[in-house]
Design a protein around this ligand. Structure first.
Ligand code: GDP
Ligand code: ZN
Length: 396
């Protein structure tokens, strides 16, 4: 048994090594070129080194300490001998299985592993504290579980997240809650009519996607209701010009469904759009039988221990998942300030520096290059209109 002094010394060495690693990480970050705030498809490749995505794996404290010790040992060669005798208890004797969280409640979650769906408790001691989030697991998380029955198990650890759709915690505004983990795309659905397209909402979703590093896809549904195809094109044209992926669809007549299927295949996609635009109809067209908003009902089958959550994840047979999260409209721009807004409008960002005033809000100032571009028709007046509306709703 190591003495208390030895233990303290060991802890001190570990701390020191960790501090060094953190410094190293920080230094690496600093030398990186500034991240361009405009959406670039290439961006998606370095999701892993984003500092705010909770990339550290969530695991029981005991396990975390054990791994830290191993990590430190690897970094400080002199300790190898001492540490090789250290006790390294396995966290669970049962073989662990990888799965994906498809539903979450306070202390339970539903995990899909292969063809099985298991109701799982979280291993006591699992902690989210190091990730900066309030919740340990979120829908979309990849987890390791130990099954303890035919349809139940225990979540042993949460694998690092590639992306996190987050919102400020309801009770602690300085903390954040993960709503969906590991999503890759945001499918923004609008409809030609009933309801008509709402540019401000579309732009809010595009900004939400960019802030959370999701690839946005725009879909204009119900084009069968349009007398004139050119009119439909006009709605999407400003977005196409900016390089956004956009498609026309009719869930009713099947147009655009194959294209949508290809876009959803093999990826995790979050759905966004007003109620009534045809999200459920489009999904049912992509995969017959696929139904949104049925999870709560099926959850009650587990008598007494049902889970309820606002977020639903559906598996696609062709590979990939679709996530429906009704709250996204409210939290998407949380924490965004007026002054940051124009950086999410690529067409305005490209005029940066051209305005007379460096801190131009592009609204009333004289010598504004953005307003001049709107007058010349180079910046879409629809986009500029939505910029003004969103600007008014943001804090200074
Ligand atoms: P959600 O609330 O976004 O899931 O919308 P739903 O899929 O429930 O659709 C709302 C209404 O629009 C339903 O009455 C659908 O039949 C109708 N709808 C959906 N897609 C289309 C479409 O492509 N064309 C037309 N004409 N109606 C559609
Ligand atoms: Zn300006």
């Amino acid at each position: 048994m190591p003495s208390r002094q030895e233990k303290a010394l060991q802890r001190w060495r570990e701390e020191k090594a960790l501090r060094q690693v953190r410094k190293e990480i920080k230094r690496n970050r600093k030398t990186k070129p500034a991240r361009h705030p405009v959406w670039l498809p290439d961006d998606v490749q370095d999701l892993d080194d984003l500092p705010d995505q909770g990339v550290e794996r969530v695991m029981p404290r005991r396990e975390r300490e054990r791994r830290r010790a191993l990590w430190t040992t690897a970094l400080t060669q002199t300790d190898v001998e001492e540490d090789s005798t250290a006790e390294t208890p396995p966290i669970s004797e049962t073989p662990q299985v990888k799965g994906r969280v498809i539903e979450v409640s306070t202390s339970l979650c539903r995990v899909k592993a292969g063809d099985q769906t298991l109701l799982c408790f979280l291993r006591g001691g699992l902690s989210a504290e190091d990730t900066g989030y309030t919740n340990v697991v979120a829908v979309g998380d990849e987890v390791l579980i130990s099954p303890d029955g035919a349809d139940s198990g225990v979540v042993e650890s949460v694998l690092p997240r590639r992306t996190a759709l987050v919102r400020p915690d309801v009770f602690h505004s300085h903390l954040r809650q993960v709503i969906v983990a590991n999503a890759e795309q945001l499918l923004v659905v609008a409809s030609w009519r009933n309801p008509a397209p709402w540019p401000e909402l579309i732009d809010r979703y595009l900004i939400t996607a960019q802030r959370h590093r999701l690839l946005p896809i725009l879909c204009l549904n119900k084009i069968d209701l349009a007398e004139d195809r050119a009119a439909c094109q006009q709605v999407l044209q400003p977005y196409v010009r900016l390089g956004y992926r956009a498609l026309f669809a009719s869930a009713l007549q099947g147009e655009g469904v194959e294209e949508l299927r290809q876009l959803l295949r093999g990826r995790m996609t979050v759905l966004a759009g007003l109620s009534g635009v045809g999200k459920s109809s489009l999904l049912a067209a992509v995969q017959p039988g696929l139904q949104l908003r049925t999870a709560e009902v099926s959850a009650r089958r587990h008598e007494g221990r049902h889970t309820t959550s606002q977020v639903t994840l559906l598996d696609l047979q062709m590979g990939g998942q679709v996530v429906d999260t009704p709250g996204i409209r409210e939290f998407g721009l949380a924490g965004l300030h007026k002054g940051e807004l124009s950086s999410y409008y690529a067409e305005m960002l490209s005029l940066q520096g051209a305005c007379q005033f460096a801190d131009c809000s592009h609204r009333h100032e004289p010598g504004c290059a953005v307003r001049a571009a709107v007058r010349r028709g180079e910046v879409s007046s629809m986009r500029y209109g939505s910029y003004q509306k969103i600007y008014d709703t943001l804090p200074a």
